[in-house]
Design a protein around this ligand. Sequence first.
Ligand code: PDD
Length: 287
Amino acid sequence: MVYVNGRFVPPEKAQIPVTDRAFLFADGVYEVIFGRAGRFAFWDLHMARLTRSAAELEIPLPLDSAGWLAVAKRLWSEGGDSGSIYLEVSRGAAPREHHFPDRIEPSTVAFIKPASAPESCLGPGVSAVLLEDQRWLRCDIKSVNLLPNVLAREEARRRGAREAILVRDGMLTEGAATNLFVVREGELWTHPANHLVLAGITRHVILEEARRLDLKIRLEPYAKADLAQADEIFVTGTTSHLLPIAEIRDEWRAKGPGPITAQLHDAYWRRLTTELEPAASAAASAG
Ligand code: PDD
């Protein structure tokens, strides 16, 4: 089932007009939330970010957190054990004019993407490529305007790599669909949450755990020129969780499994598997 503008329909019946502004202008916002058996990880943080993204673009949200949760739980009632829920709100459908139309109802879509239950993601690490960051200057908004991210991921795939790490003015920003962390001499670096990166929810949880572990955190961009000094590199995101990077093609190679990466992974994994909302008792009483 797919949720479209207040209705639950089979995917083949789910329709959005061709004049929808998400289709014409990428004029919409979205979220991806990890779920397990109808319960969701870091729900409130995702809702807060969706609210902010929509407010930045002046798109009214048709549902509040409780409304989205009801939609998510109903969609999941047919779904499997594990996966993610995708939510999108576009400005809506209107005759094609670039400026905001005067009277317009937002379009809302939600569906589940099943995935096999992750055991843990701390494998031997994946390959990445380094590419120029070609995105706009509002990467803090989680908008569906993802063409540069799509092109970067495709380039990574063609080169046999899992992720593209983006570089703007000589500084590493983030992955095509992940945030980037570098460990150097025991310090944890990640780009500050400004207009050049998405403030990832996974990033947020990792930083909380890093503080708890008393790691020294540097919320600063890491220079491409300093890659040789990096001891450990990993990327984070809702669907990839925490992925160690084994190599950045032609630029950097991990010396072995990273101890700080492993510590943060274990702390994150504990939170991912225990902080599912709503709590089991609330979920049971909500039916
Ligand atoms: N992407 N940076 C970018 C550009 C992203 O697209 C994402 C997530 C992240 C990580 O954010 P979070 O930890 O909140 O998932 C960082 C989602 C998963 C996607 O587009 O599918």
